[in-house]
Design a protein around this ligand. Sequence first.
Ligand SMILES: [Fe+2]
Ligand SMILES: [Fe+2]
Length: 337
Amino acid sequence: MDSKHYYNPDGEEILDEKLYGGAPTGFVDFNRSKYRWDSTIYDLMNANTWFPSEVNTSAEKKNFEALTDNEQAIYKMTFAQLSFNDSAQEEYLSDFRRLANNRLVKAVLSLQIMQEVNHSKSYATLLDACGNSEEVFNLYKHDEVLNRKNRRIAEQFARYIDGGSADKMLLSAMASVNLEGIYFLLGFSYIYALGDKVPGARDMIKFIARDELNTHLPLFVNIFKTLRKENDIGTATIDAVYEMIRDAVEIELDYGKYLLKRYPIMGLTEELMEKTVYNYANDRLNRIGLDPVFPDSSTTYLQKLVTKHLEMNEIRGNFFESNISNYAKSSINLDDF
Ligand SMILES: [Fe+2]
Ligand SMILES: [Fe+2]
């Protein structure tokens, strides 16, 4: 690596650093942000900081054992898949970060990497309390459909990660929009559907979901939109974005329907899953500035469960009042800075 990668006194001014391409001087200066969203999301990520040890898991084993056989299977298969998502995301982010030029955006990605590791730690803490950590982390070896979902997510991550153009970086960012915005969602909603029966798992998922949906997804929505704004992105690339989200919907429903068929639990149906995933996919398309293409339906029960647990009122300190006045509003919109 050239030393200019670390310090380049003749490099571009901080405020001129684009997201893709360029030669930054090498400073991370939070007082000079080219984009407002980067430092705002960084502050919100920090305000949301939590640790797995804060979640009470002392009754998890007893609670888990009181679940029906199908509920236990859903619990295990959900954590087996979600834990893969976070493990893969940490590694992907470390690679994606190299495609970025703007130092402040890279700094925000560094914090996101730390949070994904924290999520991995939380699964280990929870499953250790539950007494089935080894079994759950090894399920991929025995279940072909779980293995298939993980493999397809990994393939999406790998496809454009070598970069080389703004278009490829945009497509690589789309893999993360899918991960943060689609691949977690049925899993989150299953745990919320079990709800009070497993409060340890529910509370752990609540913290993880807030990170994924309140900050990580907005971060990648902004990365996507900024890349589009700063570069002449081809229509073939946008076609490929649509193909990626169609794949994501298929990947999420493939695993969801499989679990439902094998381990039916009260209140879940195929139709409900489809409506939920289509609604999320349309929302993600809207947010990255593209037209929704999936059948539209009213907000589902599963979506309402996820939204209910996203409320930030338990956030530490007085972040919304004291730090950034915009957040005092009831809904947070980090997508449009
Ligand atoms: Fe995560
Ligand atoms: Fe994430």
